[in-house]
Design a protein around this ligand. Structure first.
Ligand SMILES: Cc1cc2nc3c(=O)[nH]c(=O)nc-3n(C[C@H](O)[C@H](O)[C@H](O)COP(=O)(O)O)c2cc1C
Length: 399
């Protein structure tokens, strides 16, 4: 072959490869839904709540930005028919995650997280929100699912007030959970004071740890919890069922998990979404278990501090109150330039987790208290994208 023919053949091969790559990437982008507008992010816009005249809906539109277990957003709102300043929050029993949260404890924390956002938005908007927990009495625990349908978690009563600048308000619009690596900087004594002192309830406490011994111990609980969870099929399956692999799915469901949860954004988001849509096995079964363990490893290896919320008892009101406290903790941390990620596995109540559950409680709540939240916190090394949120009107019960 002459030099010229070789050159020509090479050019044809290279252009064919380039053409194939362009086709492959374009297909991935189309499958990912690159042309879809991200409706599932609309609630994060600061102007979103202003689309609604009813102040109750305006506040609910803020509440749904709160952190919540498995991003199920299990909140239902009943607007009082007679009093335009009253509404009720119900736990949405169609959105339970029974495998990972068999006693619906995280479900209650999630209700509290919502309520605190409502209160803070109320301050800012000039509606003081008084919250009465379980106004119709506690749940029938033997009949929990049905009981959630009939008994509200909270009655929220608004009174018109002067709008007050709540220093936590702006932080509500930041992504709640950062699962990426954090910087190695320790928290300052002042930051620790500020965070621990946001709790004023004698039945609860916030504890922050950043000494080497506790960092190692808590990291090892997190790893043990993740490793056990990764091996429990039904729990992993529950998570897998709510994974949304493309923009179409994210707009359709607007709850659950997506690749953004691991901090993926920009072009990589579409490449990954395209790949996972074509090859679901990349994100299921053994691959999902391996990814979960690996990402927990990265988390614990890049964590300089942990925080805990501990309650003296474990009744439903305490669970809800610890969710309210968790929201204040996240927002205060954000206002200090810090971020968080819960690492809940060792605190979960399903049988396979019994050993680390008992052991972590022996170590950190030896007087019979309950660890409601275990989170890592620190200075972010990387910003992460916002996650899906439902349309506020989907939360409103319509008769
Ligand atoms: C009770 C509770 C438990 C949670 N447990 C975990 C956890 O174990 N690991 C994790 O990465 N995120 C955990 N989260 C965070 C949620 O997954 C997150 O809030 C939700 O997916 C919405 O995403 P966002 O917080 O970034 O808006 C938990 C949140 C709550 C309220």
């Amino acid at each position: 072959m002459s030099k010229r023919t070789v050159k020509k053949t090479m050019t044809i091969i290279l252009s064919s490869i380039a053409a194939l790559l362009i086709i492959a990437f374009t297909s991935l982008f189309i499958i990912s839904g690159v042309f879809e507008s991200s409706k599932y992010l609309e609630p994060w816009q600061k102007t979103y709540s202003q689309k609604f005249d009813d102040p109750r809906i305006q506040l609910v539109a803020h509440g749904l930005l709160a952190a919540n277990g498995h991003n199920m957003q299990p909140w239902k709102i009943q607007l009082d028919k007679d009093d335009p300043m009253v509404f009720y929050l119900y736990a949405d029993s169609d959105r339970l995650t029974n495998e990972v949260d068999p006693f619906a404890r995280q479900m209650m924390i999630t209700q509290g997280a919502f309520l605190e956002y409502v209160k803070i938005a109320g301050d800012e908007r000039g509606y003081k929100a008084a919250v009465e927990l379980f106004p119709d009495g506690g749940y029938d625990e033997q009949n929990l699912r049905e009981s959630m349908k009939t008994k509200p978690v909270a009655k929220i009563m608004l009174t018109k007030d002067k709008p007050q600048n709540n220093p936590l308000y702006d932080s509500m619009f930041l992504p709640d959970t950062n699962r990426a690596a954090y910087q190695s900087d320790k928290l300052t004594a002042e930051q620790i004071d500020q965070l621990e002192n946001i709790n004023t309830d004698v039945n609860m406490s916030i504890k922050i740890f950043q000494d080497q011994e506790n960092i190692e111990k808590l990291g090892s609980y997190a790893m043990k919890g993740a490793t056990i969870e990764a091996g429990v099929n039904r729990v992993m399956q529950e998570t897998e069922n709510i994974f949304r692999s493309s923009e179409y799915q994210k707009n359709k469901y607007r709850y659950g998990f997506s690749v953004e949860g691991q901090g993926t954004s920009g072009i990589m988001r579409h490449i990954l979404q395209g790949l996972v849509t074509i090859f679901p096995s990349l994100n299921s079964g053994q691959a999902a278990s391996d990814t979960f363990i690996q990402s927990t490893r990265t988390s614990v290896d890049n964590t300089a501090a942990y925080a805990m919320i501990i309650t003296n008892d474990n009744n439903r009101s305490s669970q809800v109150k610890s969710g309210m406290l968790y929201s204040r903790l996240i927002l205060t941390a954000h206002s200090l330039g810090l971020v968080m990620q819960p690492l809940s596995q060792a605190l979960e109540e399903y049988p396979e987790m019994k050993e680390p559950y008992s052991s972590i409680h022996r170590d950190y709540a030896s007087d019979g208290g309950t660890l409601q939240m275990l989170v890592r916190l620190g200075k972010p090394a990387k910003e992460v994208p916002q996650s899906m949120r439902r349309d506020v009107m989907d939360l409103i019960i319509r008769e």
